[in-house]
Design a protein around this ligand. Structure first.
Ligand SMILES: *[C@@H]1O[C@H](CO)[C@@H](O)[C@H](O)[C@H]1NC(C)=O
Ligand SMILES: *[C@@H]1O[C@H](CO)[C@@H](O)[C@H](O)[C@H]1NC(C)=O
Ligand SMILES: *[C@@H]1O[C@H](CO)[C@@H](O)[C@H](O)[C@H]1NC(C)=O
Length: 598
């Protein structure tokens, strides 16, 4: 079943409406339509192909404002901040799904108002469902005509001029003015991103053993970069990574209770045969390694059509965390590419009672390809995962400070990547070399234009601006959240795809490596009856920081600039650094393990 009913509505029906809200006069309550969000002109790189075929329907998500505005953020920090002052310290006290639903529920008046508006607009209540807790309404199978009328929108089919992927979106939409303060966002409306059609990113399997094939685009939405064999790289064998990050001798002990999740999208599948071949070569203790596939939103699965990204993510997470069980989430994009993959995936994941507590994702989009309110909504969904105790790792992608940075008005601006810029995920950049590790040229990094600097970065980030001075003024937002948070090796992953070995690069590989290490730390914690790490950043910027390896050289060029430079302390190339010293701090596995939360 897609959605549970309706915690809050049950409350609603039990309480006489007059007691909780002033009596509603729907017509008076809604008021005239006001624009909620619009782009002008159509976002870069997208062209309209006109109206979608007649009969096209979409599923609309309506995200409702929470009754208690800062409850999500405040509670997330309370349960994730090891040094949160007592008595409000609740470190590790992650919520149950029930507690979460209660925390984020909208006000009953909000639900009532939006529901009555929808019904008045002719949306049958049978096609409206609600997430547990009621923070998101889903309207199934809304015709385009009806969606246009409901939102004063003009849904059209758009094609990406480079990769040819298509989506159905509108450049603007409106809501009755009386609903604006109740609704965070409606999706899909003005989010302009998609991945290329599947055929374009399945592996080109012509490369021979260890030889890189070709440079494929690393634009927004794109997974792993394959580099040309001109790039001189050392290869990242799992034994090297396990040595470097100090996990080689750890024996997982909680594999019945600890899982690692890999999020995959759009027909991008991993192959169990490739995984076995990879493990046979690089981790002979794990020759039998396997994984579970969960299909989200009608996601497909064809093990005979392995993709580079999915194989990379799974093989390197497994290389680190074996024998911890792995789950691959194959998320579909719905009929005619209408669905929003972040919302589909996160909605599914938040409904799980016992999902993985570590999850890695290597897909990202330009922050400005979505509206602020959409980004806030999706970011809050990640915050909810944190409240449930899930550590969410996101690659910062492979464009350095950005790619194609001239905006339609002619100005140039760095292009940070979402969801990495969401303050409730852990953004993972890339390094190369060792002794010392150096920031990788591809490492995505910068500052958000949508999310202000979170409290956990207030000590660490200003030192970087002192070193930077006024270089790049106007190209980035100095009040924004900085990314990445941490980094890991990114250049020279040896993977198996379609039975052949090939070498790929990317923060796409760094994120699952970090996820593997985090899953092992969780294994240690679970084995010692301690809470899992959950949302990592307050810990990383706090007590873990002294155990990290501070990467102090390397740059991340992009946007026709040399990019930022790694410096002592936090920087927007490698974040705080790499996890070199955190895991070795566990050796002896005593409760005083260095770097771990007390
Ligand atoms: C509806 O959208 C059109 C443009 O598509 C605009 O001209 C009109 O003012 C909008 N109406 C309302 C009520 O917002
Ligand atoms: C891969 O090999 C096939 C058949 O041998 C060939 O048609 C194709 O062009 C090759 N692709 C690349 C990228 O070299
Ligand atoms: C800079 O970021 C802040 C949030 O930290 C935001 O309010 C502001 O609009 C951003 N400025 C630009 C030019 O995007």
């Amino acid at each position: 079943m897609r959605y549970h009913c309706i915690h809050v509505l049950c409350v609603l029906t039990a309480v006489p409406l007059g007691n909780i809200a002033k009596p509603l006069s729907p017509l008076a309550g809604w008021g005239p339509m006001h624009i909620k969000h619009s782009w002008s002109p159509v976002p870069d790189d997208w062209v309209s192909l006109g109206h979608p075929p007649p009969g096209t329907t979409i599923d609309l998500y309506i995200a409702l404002k929470s009754h208690r505005e800062n409850a999500l953020r405040d509670t997330l920090y309370q349960v994730s901040e090891p040094s949160h002052p007592r008595p409000r310290r609740r470190y590790g006290a992650h919520l149950t799904n029930e507690q979460l639903a209660e925390l984020i529920a909208p006000h009953p008046e909000t639900l009532e108002l939006v529901n009555s508006w929808l019904v008045h607009q002719g949306i049958p209540s049978s096609s409206i469902s609600m997430t547990h807790g009621g923070d998101t309404l889903t309207l199934k199978d809304v015709s385009i005509i009806q969606a246009n009328a409901l939102l004063n929108a003009s849904y059209q089919l758009y094609r990406h001029v480079e990769h040819g992927g298509t989506i159905i979106r509108t450049v603007g939409y409106a809501l009755p003015v009386g609903l604006h303060k109740h609704v965070v966002t409606v999706a899909p409306t003005t989010t302009f991103f998609s991945l290329p059609p599947p055929t374009q990113w399945h592996a080109s399997l012509n490369g021979s053993d260890g030889e890189a094939v070709e440079m494929v685009r690393a634009a927004s939405g794109e997974p792993a970069t394959q580099l040309s064999n001109r790039a001189k790289v050392s290869s990242l064998e799992p034994s090297f990574l396990r040595w470097l990050y100090g996990t080689a001798t750890y024996k997982p002990a909680a594999i019945d209770r600890n899982f690692l999740g890999i999020a995959g999208f759009l027909n991008d599948y991993p192959s169990p045969t490739d995984l076995k071949a990879f493990m046979r070569k690089y981790r002979s203790d794990g020759k039998k390694a396997t994984f579970t596939v969960m299909r989200v939103n009608n996601g497909g699965y064809d093990p005979k059509r392995p993709a580079i990204e999915a194989n990379l993510d799974l093989q390197y997470a497994m290389a680190m965390a074996y024998p911890t069980p792995h789950i691959f989430y194959s998320t579909g994009q719905g009929r005619s590419n209408t669905d929003d993959w972040f919302i589909s995936f996160l909605g599914y994941f938040l409904r799980q009672q016992n999902g993985p507590k570590t999850i890695s994702t290597s897909y990202c989009v330009n922050e400005k390809s979505s509206s602020l309110e959409y980004s806030i909504y999706v970011c809050d969904l990640f915050g909810k995962l944190g409240l449930l105790g899930v550590s969410v790792l996101y690659a910062t992608c492979d464009d350095g400070v950005g790619k194609d940075c001239t905006l339609s008005d002619g100005t140039v601006r760095f292009k940070p990547k979402f969801p990495a810029t969401c303050p409730y995920v852990t953004a993972v950049g890339g390094t190369t070399d060792f002794d010392p590790e150096v920031g990788a040229v591809i490492s995505g990094g910068g500052f958000s234009d949508y999310f202000k600097i979170p409290d956990y970065q207030r000590q660490a980030v200003p030192g970087f601006f002192q070193i930077l001075g006024n270089k790049y003024n106007g190209l980035y937002n100095a009040t924004g959240r900085g990314i990445p948070d941490i980094s890991a090796q990114a250049m020279g992953f040896n993977i198996f795809v379609g039975g052949k070995k090939q070498m790929v690069h990317g923060t796409s590989g760094s994120a699952p490596v970090v996820a593997g290490i985090i899953a092992l730390i969780n294994d240690h914690l679970i084995s010692n009856n301690r809470p899992v790490l959950g949302f990592l950043n307050p810990w990383l910027y706090g007590s873990a920081a002294r155990s990290l390896f501070d990467v102090t050289s390397g740059t991340n060029p992009g946007c026709n600039t040399d990019g930022f430079s790694a410096v002592p302390g936090w920087d927007p190339v490698t974040g705080l650094g790499t996890l070199v010293g955190v895991f070795p701090g566990l050796s002896g596995l005593g409760s005083s393990s260095r770097g771990l939360p007390p």
